[in-house]
Design a protein around this ligand. Structure first.
Ligand code: CA
Length: 252
């Protein structure tokens, strides 16, 4: 994303929250429009192009999950517009379903404005990167990049690039951690040699100064798997590492 102003559509029926969002986002230089329900959302989307949609789940009329499903219908002009769900506490199941429906991220209310802004910026950067990819040879890959992986107690949405645990807590991954994790997820229950890992990571200039073992132990720490006997990513003496649990994969 360059530094041009991003347009954010807020779909939220609680006026207080909506105003708070607008005030904060405007102060940071985002342009915002707020609507109170799905009808308002589609009316806005028909008129203007938005860079990101903040979508409340509990709305009068059609709820946010159902709206997201419609947003993601193939062929619509907003099929790829990033969506961040705003969820009230206690909507745990909704959050999971939301990600599976193609929301890119979610934030439980009450949220920290700083965190919301960080997530909006991350999504805008990713969307910009995906647009660049689409004009290149990797176009196909980028359009099928949104996949939900499940392993052990964890889920990973490749669109959002973070871990989600079984209590729906999200854990951010660095680019390196994400890259390493994807290698393990693509080869579950197979030994992956250090050389293979090195090769996989080496085309990233930021990886040279870190040994593979350090990277693995960082990833393990994120996976809360750093005890004496890690159960998710096991060290195979002399051979490398192995993701020891099966992986389930679902295209979103
Ligand atoms: Ca609401």
């Amino acid at each position: 994303m360059n530094n041009s102003v991003a347009d954010i559509l807020i779909v939220e029926d609680e006026q207080e929250i909506s105003e708070l969002l607008e005030e904060n986002l405007n102060a940071l230089g985002f342009r915002t429009v707020a609507v109170g329900d799905g009808t308002g959302m589609f009316a806005e989307l028909a008129q203007n192009r938005y860079d990101c949609i903040l979508l409340d789940i509990m709305l009068p009329g059609e709820d946010g999950l159902s709206l997201c499903r419609r947003l993601r219908a193939p062929g619509t002009p907003y099929e790829h517009t990033p969506v961040i769900f705003l969820t009230a506490l206690g909507e745990l199941t909704d959050r999971v379903v939301g990600l599976e429906l193609g929301g890119d991220d979610y934030l439980p209310k009450p949220f920290e404005m700083r965190e919301l802004v960080a997530r909006i910026r991350a999504l805008l950067r990713r969307a910009a990167a995906a647009r660049t990819d689409e004009s290149g040879p990797d176009a196909k890959r980028s359009s099928s990049q949104c996949t939900l992986w499940k392993f052990g107690p964890w889920r990973v949405n490749t669109g959002a690039r973070h871990l989600i645990d079984d209590h729906d807590v999200t854990i951010a991954l660095s680019a390196m951690e994400f890259r390493l994790l994807m290698l393990f997820l693509q080869h579950p229950q197979q030994i992956i040699s250090r050389e293979h890992i090195l090769e996989h990571m080496a085309d990233r200039s930021d990886s040279y100064d870190r040994s593979i073992d350090v990277q693995v132990s960082r990833l393990r720490a994120k996976l809360r798997d750093s005890g004496r006997n890690p159960t998710l990513i096991r060290t195979m003496r002399g051979d490398g590492y192995m993701l020891a649990v099966p992986v389930e994969k679902k295209e979103l």
